[in-house]
Ligand binder design. Structure first.
Ligand code: SF4
Ligand code: SF4
Length: 224
């Protein structure tokens, strides 16, 4: 029938128009930017640097400026300068930190390779897509302060992934603590193990005190 397709299209439009008054799922448009879209968890665009706390982002960055991501980034849009000194990280361990860390988002192609190669879970993909600037050079070059975001934010945008990372880091931390504890215990026990040998024959060299060895000659007997 002539015009059947047109009538079917109008019927769908009318159904959505009426339905949208009582079912928000039927809204086909959003009033952006007043209404922000709900992005899927897997959505990603540009990287950000993870800090342990929001209070002191520069003091608790996980990044140790190893520069692996800088070397591996295909379009070479990461720039890092290592610090000359060390300062305590979130676990109190002295670490080198990035004195300069910048990403040129005008060049970044959102490949996530920097995230994959980072051995410290220090860089993750953000969901911030509304990055606009009037200056395409300095305006889109994000520095360390702009890139740093707390772990709580990471949990907010990628909850599943962030929980897995936290569990893995906690397990690694526990394993490192246990290893350090065992090493300290072995070190403390070492002098005690050596002590009985020396104490077995005071004034006699330890090597001569072993079973079967010939004792050294004593002082000559007195003539009186
Ligand atoms: S997402 Fe890819 S292109 Fe962007 S900074 Fe990371 S490695 Fe470079
Ligand atoms: S983000 Fe990761 S890979 Fe890049 S410099 Fe920091 S610790 Fe190294």
């Amino acid at each position: 029938m002539l015009g059947k397709g047109l009538l079917q299209g109008l019927a769908v439009t009318a159904k959505n128009l009426v339905g949208s008054y009582h079912d928000p799922a039927r809204y086909v448009t959003q009033e952006y930017p007043e209404v922000q879209p709900k992005l899927p968890e897997a959505y990603r665009n540009f990287p950000f640097l993870v800090s342990e706390t929001a209070d002191d982002p520069m003091g608790t960055l996980r990044c140790v400026a190893c520069q692996i991501c800088e070397k591996e980034c295909p379009p070479q849009c990461i720039y890092i300068e290592k610090s000359k000194d060390k300062k305590p990280d979130a676990n109190g361990k002295l670490q080198i930190y990035p004195a300069v860390f910048a990403i040129d988002t005008a060049v970044c192609m959102s490949c996530q390779i920097c995230v994959e190669v980072c051995p410290f879970d220090a860089i993750k993909m953000d969901q911030e897509f509304a990055i606009a600037a009037t200056d395409r050079f300095d305006g889109l070059l994000l520095n360390r302060e702009q890139l740093a975001k707390p772990n709580a934010y990471y949990h907010q945008i990628h909850p599943t992934e962030a929980s897995e990372v936290d569990a893995r880091l906690a397990a690694e931390r526990r394993a490192a603590e246990e290893k350090a504890r065992l090493a300290a215990a072995a070190k403390a026990a070492a002098p005690k193990a050596a002590a009985p040998t020396a104490a077995a024959a005071p004034g006699v060299p330890a090597a001569s005190a072993s079973p079967g060895s010939i004792p050294p000659p004593g002082p000559p007997p007195s003539s009186s």
